[in-house]
Design a protein around this ligand. Sequence first.
Ligand code: ADP
Ligand code: CIR
Length: 351
Amino acid sequence: MSTFPTFPTDCTSLLCKHLTTEIFETLKDKKTANGFTLEDAIRSGVENPDSGIGVYAGDLESYSLFASLFDPIIESYHGFSASDSHQSDLDPSHLDAPNPDPEGAYILSTRIRVGRNVANLPLGPAISMEQRNQVEQDVSTALGTLTGALSGSYYPLEGMSETVSRELIEDHFLFKAGDRFLESAGLNHDWPEGRGIYHNDDKTFLVWINEEDQLRIISMQPGGDILEVFTRLTTAISEIERSVPFSYSKHLGYTTSCPTNLGTAMRASVHIKLPKLSADMEHFKTICDRHHLQIRGIHGEHSKSEGGIYDISNKRRLGVTEVQCVQDMVDGVVELIAEEKGLQSTSSNRQ
Ligand code: ADP
Ligand code: CIR
């Protein structure tokens, strides 16, 4: 790539904010050992100017080779500077999470996922078909040894019927095909080969293979027992880690293809019904910002809300521990429910 990309004047992505002509000139001819270039790293944000972030890494080396672009983006998103280091804490006994909604009036379901990638391999945007297929084989074999509540089966995407995949997506268990941000990042190469989903019978423990990250390890269930969901997840992570070595660095924590997921790679979310509070979006966002929470629609990222139900999750993932990520979500959800209850009683007193 020789020319600086053009962005529309209303572009607000972190790529467009931080890619200066100086940074571009310094980085444009560099290549990681896996052949990943600046052009590859920024393609998603250039082709999708409505990106929030706009960059992806092809390997762990991308984060150091292209640090003059990635570091300010990481600092903007996570508030984590190049001299900070990351800490991990996956011990459920450190979490203070009594069910915030024991009567089940607000929280429909809880889900916690982490992203993981295999050590010493390129990430999804730079991986070869053979390497990706090997990951699928190694990870599905490791999952096949799990027992008890984690025991289940692997379902490759290739050969899965349209009806089954549609149902899994609608029920929030499976990733969607054709995400344009991932497509531009090179993450959909050779689709659907090498991709699939493992799950137990109850679909409370699931693993996505070779989507945005090589593994997305997921624990989920109806209701608001967040501690139970976290405990299942941490047990599963340590079981899988016995046979699959994960890419981890002292500075950036778990390596992920999108810089927003670095560190813990954890997103802890509830689907929660807040019809009164969400009628005042500004107030709703103020509470979420105070607790470092992100608001998504109920069909995942870049989707809309339905019936006053939102996906509320931790925004910070790097420079905070896994326990802190979940704690952010728990504390925020407690306040959101209190606020919704207050608004409901005010409006019923008026009637
Ligand atoms: P990710 O969690 O990997 O960042 P998405 O935002 O695309 O990805 O969500 C993936 C799927 O998980 C979507 O179908 C979404 O609706 C579902 N999901 C997320 N949080 C919850 C939750 N608390 N309960 C049920 N489904 C959820
Ligand atoms: C974007 O830049 O909008 C997409 N590449 C997705 C970024 C990750 N998601 C997020 O921060 N919510």
